[in-house]
Design a protein around this ligand. Structure first.
Ligand SMILES: [Zn+2]
Length: 80
């Protein structure tokens, strides 16, 4: 199940990552806190989350149809 997961930065800024595995890394390979806030993936395309708060590598991977970290790694390797 793909979902969005929050990463909290300084000054309470939030960045939302796409996580294909709720206990694993985001598509950009960043490891997020297991207790970070989650949102449904649909919030990414609806009005839920501002575009500036989305992780761009995660967004690009997801729009390419990548929904697993392994597939994303292969995509990166291919473009090398
Ligand atoms: Zn990300």
């Amino acid at each position: 199940m793909v979902a969005l997961k929050a990463e909290y930065g300084v000054r309470s800024a939030v960045r939302w990552h796409v996580v294909p595995d709720l206990d694993g890394a985001a598509l950009c390979r960043r490891l997020l806190s297991p207790i970070a806030e989650m949102r449904p993936i649909a919030d990414m395309t609806q009005d839920g989350i501002e575009p500036g708060q989305l992780c761009q590598p995660c967004l690009a991977a997801y729009e390419d149809g990548v929904t697993t970290v392994d597939a994303w790694s292969e995509t990166v390797a291919e473009t090398d």
